[in-house]
Design a protein around this ligand. Structure first.
Ligand code: PLP
Length: 209
């Protein structure tokens, strides 16, 4: 696992943040990765995240990267580092409320539905831009929007992947925040993503398999 992480780091710039996706992995293996100095982990299920957060060191930055049900926001609101997968206004409202209850601001990314894949969720490109261009701080004072995230289409056709990542980069250049996070790229496509301007990649199988 250590070698795999080193190889990934060789292929990316220092400005790209590596998030290790720990879903389906044992606490023991995650702890091993932690001991290599990795402190940014991603989970896509609330129950699994809660269990691991309890058992593992408290200085881990936990990223939530899956579909988040509004009724479960309160469970992760006290500690979550970055919710990468905000896919509706309703969810944003709930996160805002739970952040307030916990006396904190929660950092979020807006998930963009970039893939034509019908079962992917997220904002359309237009909806996302509209959100960033409105005075969202007024409606969501306890949320800090940091940028955007996507899950690219799973395909062997590189031109589809490049098109999607270029569209994402284009949006990130148009949102009125300083140095927006552009979270795109997974084990199979992170090198293309970084060529197209990603500054945050989420790697699971590429580290653990
Ligand atoms: C599982 C997952 C990843 C990691 O995928 P790999 O192909 O295993 O690297 C990244 N992002 C999200 C949202 C995921 O659910």
């Amino acid at each position: 696992m250590k070698n795999k992480i080193a190889t990934i780091r060789q292929h990316i710039n220092d400005n790209v943040k590596l998030i290790i996706v720990t879903k389906n992995q044992s606490t023991q293996d995650i702890h091993k990765i932690y001991s290599f100095g990795e402190h940014n982990f991603g989970e896509n299920k609330v129950q699994e995240l809660l269990k691991k957060q309890k058992e593992l060191p408290k200085d881990i930055n936990w990223h939530f990267i899956g579909h988040l049900q509004t009724k479960k926001v309160k469970l992760i609101a006290p500690f979550v580092h970055l919710i990468q997968s905000v896919d509706s206004i309703k969810l944003l409202q709930k996160i805002n409320k739970c952040a307030g209850i916990n006396n904190r601001k929660i950092d979020c990314l807006i998930q963009i539905k970039i893939s034509k894949d019908a079962n992917k969720s997220g904002f359309s490109q237009k909806e996302a831009l509209e959100l960033f261009q409105t005075q969202y701080e007024h409606d969501f004072p306890n949320i800090s929007l940091k940028g955007i995230m996507c899950i690219g289409t799973l395909t062997n056709d590189i031109s589809i992947t490049i098109n999607e990542f270029q569209a994402m980069k284009n949006i990130s250049c148009r949102i009125p925040i300083k140095k927006p996070i552009l979270s795109m790229g997974m084990s199979k496509d992170y090198r293309i993503a970084c060529q197209e301007g990603s500054n945050m990649i989420r790697i699971g199988s590429g580290v653990f398999q």
